[in-house]
Design a protein around this ligand. Sequence first.
Ligand SMILES: Cc1ncc(COP(=O)(O)O)c(C=O)c1O
Length: 157
Amino acid sequence: MVYLDYNATTPIEPRVKEWVVGVLNSVYGNASSVQHRAGQEAAELVEEARERVASLVKAAPRSVVFTSGASEAATLAILGAVLARRNSRPSVVVGATEHKAVLAAAGMAAQLVGGEVRRAPVLRDGRADTRGLFYSSGRSNGGEQRDGRPGAGSGRS
Ligand SMILES: Cc1ncc(COP(=O)(O)O)c(C=O)c1O
């Protein structure tokens, strides 16, 4: 079989597998229970991993949040972003090809703030094409103009 769905999952890189198995064989502490040596050891490994990931993506370590998987990550990010703007009852724009986990989180977030979910067609490179969205609902303020430049009231300059 030729497996091309690396968007869904990938075989684990052998060096990563070896490292993970080594850790699983020797460290069993809960990284949140740092009152004892086992927990401290686990917490140190988590912090080291956070720093390594941060350096790979050129981010501050405190901005790296580990989750159990993609659904949890998408839900956390979408709810956080939408709830932070809840006073303006934002529309939640998702690309037409988004995974059901993203659609579920977007729906939940929109419901919580009394906003709506709008699905944008995607461009050839997979990015959401938001250009038509704000005109079709009559919301030209704060949206983008058809050429992608920010519209009046968007706060961007
Ligand atoms: C974009 C996207 N979101 C969410 C998921 C669900 O992942 P998980 O099982 O880690 O929650 C997948 C899995 O294929 C995915 O590709």
